[in-house]
Design a protein. Structure first.
Lengths: 245, 168
């Protein structure tokens, strides 16, 4: 098997240029899909028979929650690749995921609380799903804190990669918490094997938002990846040329 | 073993170790992780009936009784196998309805009545537009008006607050 493509992925200048080329291809569709999804979700979709218009927060809440889990999986995978193959670019990719994932976790928690007060009757309860999601936020913050606490980049890469890999056990716990234990949080409406528990006019904007959010993450992650690569390669001649031009 | 293979083993080892530790910890704390107990679990003695715990299930239709002039109410929580009567005094959340999920926090009395001091509604994963919205949609030639929230008027019967419906 030809592994040149894999080895090229380990080259910082190659990835730097690839990321610059790819960013608009993610950013523009992301903007269009999010605009369409918001219009579909907030204007076109009918109100829910029980929650009225309050259900519309799902169009931000569910995509954010989905991304908070997906970004952590991407981050842990990149960290493992970096650890196993000693690939600095992979560590840079993991590092550039953390901040975005932490913010999406915050958005999912805050929107969930705002929905929970009128619907459940409380902002917060120490429920398995809610608690596991809060732990996810602490994992992200711990990962970022550990990275910034170690001056030597190579050591910070290794230590934070181990933390990212350890934390990955929390991902299935969050996903299956509502099935393994009695939880106040409802079971998944869309991300399940069965057919979705909502009609098409509600579902299509939701799926549009999920794809839009995912592409938005890809675009922002590539921008952050370029900044991270430049920071790491600041003494390399190619990076100086990039900055000078 | 090459250094790279050793690192693969290390990563897989960390994952396996942490997963096993996590699974064992969650099994050991099963009772604490459980947010609520259903009536069958209460009947089987699995709930910590000596202390405060959460009781969850569905509000059995036709069992919600409110005394006018006060916030006192009685209803029955069921999982369609066992029933537990609940007494509560206070304001209930919007989604508290008959045949809807509910989580009551309180204590099981000696008379078998669960005295709750906090009521939370549990929503299910089903979303659907109200019948009224469908009627309006038909009136508008199959297209939803620009502001369906305002167009839904009068509110569907399900949207009437419970206390209005039950108080004589």
């Amino acid at each position: 098997m030809d592994w040149t493509w894999f080895h090229r992925l380990a080259s910082p200048p190659y990835i730097y240029r690839l990321a610059a080329t790819l960013t608009p291809w993610f950013a523009w569709p992301a903007g269009l899909l999010i605009a369409a999804g918001l219009y579909g979700g907030l204007v076109l979709a009918p109100p829910d028979y029980q929650q009225g218009d309050g259900f519309r927060i799902i169009y931000v809440h569910a995509p954010s929650a989905w991304l908070s889990l997906m970004i952590y999986s991407v981050m842990a995978t990149a960290a493992a690749v970096g650890l196993i193959w000693r690939m600095k670019v992979a560590h840079a990719a993991a590092a550039s995921c953390a901040g975005i994932g932490a913010w999406f976790t915050v958005v999912s928690l805050v929107t969930g609380m705002l929905w929970g007060k009128p619907m459940w009757g409380t902002y917060w309860v120490w429920d398995p799903r809610l608690t596991a999601q809060l732990i996810l936020l602490f994992l992200y913050l711990g990962y970022m804190g550990l990275r910034s606490g170690i001056e030597d980049t190579a050591r910070a890469d290794r230590a934070s990669a181990v933390l990212a890999i350890v934390g990955v056990v929390n991902i299935p716990i969050i996903r299956f918490s509502v099935e393994w234990w009695n939880s106040i949080h409802q079971a998944p409406s869309v991300m399940k094997m069965d057919r979705p528990s909502m009609p098409a006019e509600m579902l299509i904007p939701l799926l549009t938002m999920m794809v839009g959010f995912t592409l938005y993450f890809a675009a922002i992650m590539l921008v952050r990846l370029r900044a991270e690569i430049l920071r790491r390669e600041r003494s390399a001649s190619w990076a100086r040329e990039v900055v000078a031009s | 073993m090459t250094p790279r293979r050793r690192r693969i083993v290390l990563v897989v080892g960390i994952l396996a170790g942490v997963s096993i530790a996590g699974a064992l910890a969650l099994r050991a704390f099963q009772e604490n992780v459980m947010f609520f107990f259903d009536p069958t679990q209460v009947a089987a003695g699995e709930a910590p009936t000596g202390e405060r715990f959460r009781l969850g299930g569905m509000v059995r239709p036709g069992t919600v009784e409110r005394r006018s002039g006060s916030l006192d109410m009685n209803f029955v929580v069921t999982d369609f196998k066992r029933d537990v009567p609940v007494r509560y005094s206070g304001v209930v959340p919007d989604l508290f309805r008959e045949n809807q999920g509910v989580v009551a926090h309180g204590r099981l009395g000696a008379d078998g009545v669960f005295v709750a001091d906090e009521i939370l509604a549990k929503h299910d994963e089903n979303y659907m537009p109200p019948e009224v919205a469908r009627a309006i949609k038909d009136k508008h030639g199959g297209v939803m008006p620009v502001d369906p929230g305002k167009a839904v008027d009068p509110p569907s019967p399900g949207a009437v607050p419970l206390n209005l419906k039950l108080n004589p």
